[in-house]
Design a protein around this ligand. Structure first.
Ligand SMILES: *[C@@H]1O[C@H](CO)[C@@H](O)[C@H](O)[C@H]1NC(C)=O
Ligand SMILES: *[C@@H]1O[C@H](CO)[C@@H](O)[C@H](O)[C@H]1NC(C)=O
Length: 213
């Protein structure tokens, strides 16, 4: 790439030289940045917590300040984890058990630019895709497809991992699904290990992906 664009530059007029060469040097930047998350998307993820598998439907909706994790444990319970940017999370089932826990976090959901400032680690093949890899403070390792810039995989420090199966940019879950069931209300909000969440610079990641710590 570079040798060709350089030779091209040398035969072009000076003002073109400047323009084309600055584009060329940008495309060979040795340290790329992760793509920000789309403001709204739906993703199906396969999660692996040391051999315990889950299918997770992630509905990220930044403009409306909310995020939904619908968690199917393998051959087990279906759990709903609805998170609001004001820090309130509702974690419930929709079966006859009518279970609901209301948690309050001191932070909201992840900002679309939450990967800003991540440390670039180079390229690696994961799940059959060539990926750029970054880490943020040895808390999470994030793998993004070099070509499509879609996330492929991420891995938390404790071994909890996600494999991205679908990534639908712009998909939004229909409004009625964002209503927590009536048995969630009238309950006291429990602060969730406030010290853990605030001590970690990843409080909002912990809200979005309640880690099996
Ligand atoms: C899940 O992760 C464990 C390591 O924590 C690994 O041994 C196992 O093969 C993984 N299972 C699947 C289905 O990927
Ligand atoms: C946060 O917003 C949700 C949804 O509107 C609401 O149910 C909840 O009570 C709010 N929490 C606080 C602490 O205001």
């Amino acid at each position: 790439m570079r040798p060709m664009s350089l030779s091209l530059c040398t035969i072009l007029l000076p003002f073109l030289y400047l323009q084309i060469c600055s584009i060329a040097s940008k495309s060979t930047d040795p340290s790329p940045s992760p793509s920000p998350w789309p403001l709204q998307f739906h993703s199906v993820l396969f999660m692996n917590n040391s051999g315990t598998l889950q299918k997770l439907d992630l509905w990220y909706d930044w403009p409306n300040g909310r995020n939904f994790n619908i968690i199917q444990n393998q051959l087990g319970t279906l759990k709903y984890d609805l998170e609001w940017n004001n820090g309130t999370s509702y974690i419930y089932t929709l079966d006859s058990n009518k279970e609901c826990r209301v948690l309050h976090f001191s932070v909201g959901i992840l900002h679309p630019n939450w990967l800003d400032g991540a440390t670039y680690l180079g390229q690696e093949h994961v799940d059959g895709f060539l990926c750029n890899v970054w880490t943020k403070v040895d808390f999470i390792w994030y793998y993004e497809d070099v070509v499509t810039k879609r996330p492929v995989h991420w891995l938390f420090f404790n071994g909890y991992s996600a494999h991205v199966m679908t990534f639908e940019v712009g998909a939004v879950l229909e409004e009625p699904h964002w209503q927590a069931p009536v048995y969630c209300f009238g309950k006291e909000k429990r602060p969730l290990l406030e010290s853990l969440v605030t001590a970690s610079s990843f409080g909002n990641l912990l809200e979005m992906f309640p880690l099996p710590l």
